[in-house]
Design a protein. Structure first.
Length: 154
């Protein structure tokens, strides 16, 4: 009788442990680059948000306007305000993505890897060919306000 009770107790304990393990999420929720980011040089703000299956970054803040008060123009004559310059189409890890970034000043497009660092900053590495030969920028969350016409306000 004692053996039966001991076996039954062991089965109950194992079943409870199994349920507890199933109740815990397998992995913590992954971080995301979604949000509003100040570029490394402080002259631009990019909002990263879902666009279809991808994440896209569009210019929502500009620090330097034309003498007439208008937003700078890209190489095709479009206002840089609202221009999509970043497309992240491949998640490569819990806090990293691959895609393409376009320099609005010259229209050149580069491969890019994006990752969030331990401090919550965005590390964007643009490159041609292999990442080893690229350049990295560090973007931080933008704490200020933005106007609909892309003016940055603190």
């Amino acid at each position: 009788m004692r053996r039966t009770v001991a076996r039954l107790s062991a089965v109950v304990v194992l079943a409870m442990l199994g349920e507890a393990a199933q109740a815990q999420p397998a992995t913590p929720p992954a971080a995301s680059p979604e949000g509003i980011w100040l570029t490394e040089d402080g002259t631009g703000v990019v909002e990263i948000a879902p666009c279809g299956q991808d994440l896209c970054g569009r210019i929502v803040g500009i620090g330097e306007f034309q003498p007439d008060g208008s937003a700078p123009r890209d190489t095709q004559g479009r206002s840089e305000c609202g221009l999509t310059i970043l497309v992240l189409d491949s998640r490569t890890g819990p806090e990293s993505w691959d895609g393409r970034v376009t320099d609005p000043e010259d229209g050149k497009t580069y491969n890019t890897t994006v990752r969030l660092d331990d401090a919550g900053r965005l590390r964007l590495r643009g490159y041609i060919g292999v990442p080893l030969f690229g350049s990295t920028q560090t973007w931080t969350r933008y704490p200020g306000r933005l106007t609909p016409d892309c003016h940055m306000q603190q």
